[in-house]
Ligand binder design. Structure first.
Ligand code: ZN
Length: 171
């Protein structure tokens, strides 16, 4: 039998469950990032979730496609919009291994995504709290909730190994 808590007091068990769920879905985003890694792309991956299932996946393909807009989030958002046959991704969540840039954060707002979950932060280009916060700019007509730091180590380790390898190849 569950413990009944007064309203407003977070139930620790429920919180644990939510974190476990976030980790499960972030695991899928990391698998996408690993695909990028294996194709010599900066390893970033993203998935879009709707009603507890993945409706769009993507990984960074900037080099392969020679397209500056081919970020993981953009590909996942396009795939999700395709699945729902709607550009409105209300009630969807996006899981991404690295804090989105200004372009991707713009797309998240335009798609009206309800919430995003971020793995690692990007102090050099992040637009969801680092350099600016496009997702929670109240001058815009939509704001997106942000959850930080889910599987942060796994997400940033992939990037660290990738850039380390790149430096070694150059020397
Ligand atoms: Zn981006």
């Amino acid at each position: 039998m569950g413990v009944r808590l007064p309203p407003g007091v977070p139930n620790i068990r429920d919180t644990d469950l939510i974190v476990d769920d976030h980790k499960k879905w972030m695991g899928w985003a990391i698998r996408e990032a690993e695909k990028a890694f294996s194709q010599d792309e900066v390893p970033v991956g993203a998935v879009v979730l709707f009603e507890d299932r993945i409706i769009g996946k993507g990984y960074n393909q900037t080099e392969t496609l020679q397209d500056p807009t081919a970020h993981a989030e953009m590909i996942a958002i396009s795939a999700a919009a395709n699945s729902l046959k709607s550009w409105r991704l209300e009630n969807c969540s996006l899981y991404v291994t690295l804090e989105p840039c200004a372009m991707c954060a713009g797309a998240i707002v335009l798609a009206r995504i309800e919430s995003i979950v971020i793995g690692a932060m990007d102090p050099k280009a992040g637009a969801c709290g680092s350099l600016r916060n496009v997702l929670q700019d109240h001058r815009l007509n939509h704001q997106t909730e942000i959850q930080y730091g889910i599987m942060e180590e796994e997400s940033s380790d992939l990037l660290k190994v990738f850039f380390q390898r790149l430096r070694e190849q150059k020397t």
